[in-house]
Design a protein around this ligand. Structure first.
Ligand code: 6PG
Length: 479
């Protein structure tokens, strides 16, 4: 016997609940399940008018409520809870059914789950969903992995509930097999960390060097949001900066403890980049910046350290400096995205996912946290050259960075001389300079390695692997 619900959602905390409502609002009959049954009934009581829901109280009833092939979305905490839910439902499913994991799972877990369930004839779709609570309800950006066949059955529904870009295109695409969707979501979050850190550094410079108040900086961000930096993160930054704390009358940003937390996806992005050998310095600096901020003990113990005291600029200089910060932010942002896309390309190659990078940029145009006008440019760059080795190899981006780099350097140098920490501005600029350098000190590193460990080196003028007899007469031998 098969039920009538086209989709089921188990795990009805805020993300699951909003996703279920989104499906229902789009005309699908949605089966509901939650460990605490009361939450299921609450959803129906509160939002039952939005569409067709089937409230169920047991795993068996939930599965029975679904039409075949069954499509069952798991919205529980990533990790052991996901494995527990899969273990509960998989025995009740049949060949061809689809389990969708919409949490922020580690892509290696997704690869394992996909493999195990495939052996049982069940499709497992690890899918990234970005956009927070509001996105889940109004239309998120969706990054599903898994088999082609599962996308055939699920894709049209995801297209319906997803965000739509300005041109009306749904912000979802089949990313690739097994863990590809969660890998792309992980990198999305890594880029999100870098973007947020860069914005934070711009804010701090505008505050400490230019001397602007949070409300004035909010206005600057609003202006930037009408140009090439137009993005959700810039928009909400202006909102946060202009918010005033009701109980003290102070800017909200001044009453929040300056210790940033993280759930882990940014850290994963860096860990995986290290494994893949991909330099994602902007993301790494963003993760480390959160980590430094959280070391209250270390920061307390360092209050005696000296440095330049920030000298505020005059009003005219401040306005010119703000323009320079915009240039620096844009150039750094291009580098951060360049690094993130490099990681996706490397993951795709390592795991044979065949990810369409231009398509990834295009489904991030709506719904997700890093949605931005600028993503259109990335899509065009990959459309023009699908095998583009780096976004910096795109003529348009290279020209924009060339135009911004004078200010980028001035801003970064100003931060250094005035003692304002800007790790992500500095790291992105160093990455840019490393790529364009004629010679890097890596030759010296190789010499040192050969000296202390006979690790050998290659020469610029001949093929082969060489070692110098450093402890002897320093002749060179071929090894
Ligand atoms: C999204 C967000 C979402 C979430 C992250 C941020 O795309 O909707 O990225 O996944 O807000 O968990 O997490 P941190 O707590 O690590 O900043």
């Amino acid at each position: 016997m098969s039920g009538t619900a086209q989709i089921g959602v188990t795990g009805l905390a805020v993300m699951g609940r909003n996703l279920a409502r989104n499906f229902a609002r789009n005309g699908y009959t949605v089966a509901l399940h939650n460990r605490t049954v009361a939450r299921t009934h609450e959803l129906v009581e509160e939002f039952g008018g939005e569409g067709h829901f089937i409230a169920t109280e047991s795993a068996r009833d939930f599965v029975a409520a679904l039409e075949r092939p069954r499509r069952l979305v798991i919205m529980v905490k990533a990790g052991e809870a996901t494995d527990a839910v899969i273990a509960e439902f998989a025995p009740l499913l049949e060949t061809g059914d689809v389990i969708i994991d919409g949490g922020n799972a580690h892509f290696e877990d997704t690869r394992r789950r996909e493999r195990e369930l495939r052996e049982q004839g069940i499709h497992f779709v690890g899918t990234g969903i970005s956009g927070g609570e509001e996105g889940a309800l109004e239309g998120p950006s969706i990054m599903p992995g898994g088999s082609e066949e599962s996308y055939d059955s699920l894709g049209p529904m995801l297209e319906k509930i997803s965000a739509k870009a300005e041109d009306g295109a749904p912000c979802v695409t089949h990313i690739g097999p097994d863990g590809a969707g969660h890998f792309v979501k992980m990198t999305h979050n890594g880029i999100e960390y870098a973007d947020m850190q860069l914005i934070g550094e711009a804010y701090q410079l505008l505050r400490d060097v230019a001397g602007y108040s949070p409300a004035q900086i909010a206005d600057i961000f609003r202006t930037w949001n009408t140009g090439r930096l137009d993005s959700y993160l810039i928009e909400i930054t202006a909102e946060v900066l202009s918010h005033v704390d009701a109980s003290t009358g102070k800017p909200f940003v001044d009453v929040v403890l300056d210790q940033a937390e993280q759930k882990g996806t940014g850290r994963w992005t860096v860990q995986i980049a290290l494994d893949l050998g991909v330099p994602v310095s902007a993301i790494a600096e963003a993760v480390f910046a959160r980590s430094v901020s959280g070391h209250a003990d270390l920061r307390d113990a360092s209050r005696h350290l000296t440095g330049p005291t920030a000298r505020r600029l005059g009003a005219d200089e401040a306005a010119a400096f703000a323009d320079q910060v915009e240039q620096a932010l844009y150039a750094s942002k291009i580098v951060a995205y360049t690094q993130g896309f490099h990681e996706i390309a490397a993951g795709s190659e390592r795991y044979d996912w065949n990810i369409d990078l231009g398509k990834v940029a295009s489904i991030w145009r709506g719904g997700c946290i890093i949605r931005a006008a600028f993503l259109d440019r990335i899509t065009s760059a990959y459309e023009a050259r699908p095998r583009l080795p780096s976004l910096l190899a795109d003529k348009g981006f290279a020209e924009e960075i060339a135009a911004a780099q004078g200010d980028w350097r001035t801003v970064t140098a100003t931060a250094v001389t005035r003692g304002v920490p800007t790790p992500a501005f500095a790291a992105t600029l160093a990455y840019y300079d490393s790529l364009r350098a004629d010679r890097l000190p890596a030759a010296l590193t190789q010499g040192q390695r050969d000296y202390f460990g006979a690790h050998t080196y290659h020469r610029t003028d001949r093929e082969g692997t060489f070692h110098t007899l450093w402890g002897g007469d320093r002749t060179e031998v071929e090894s």
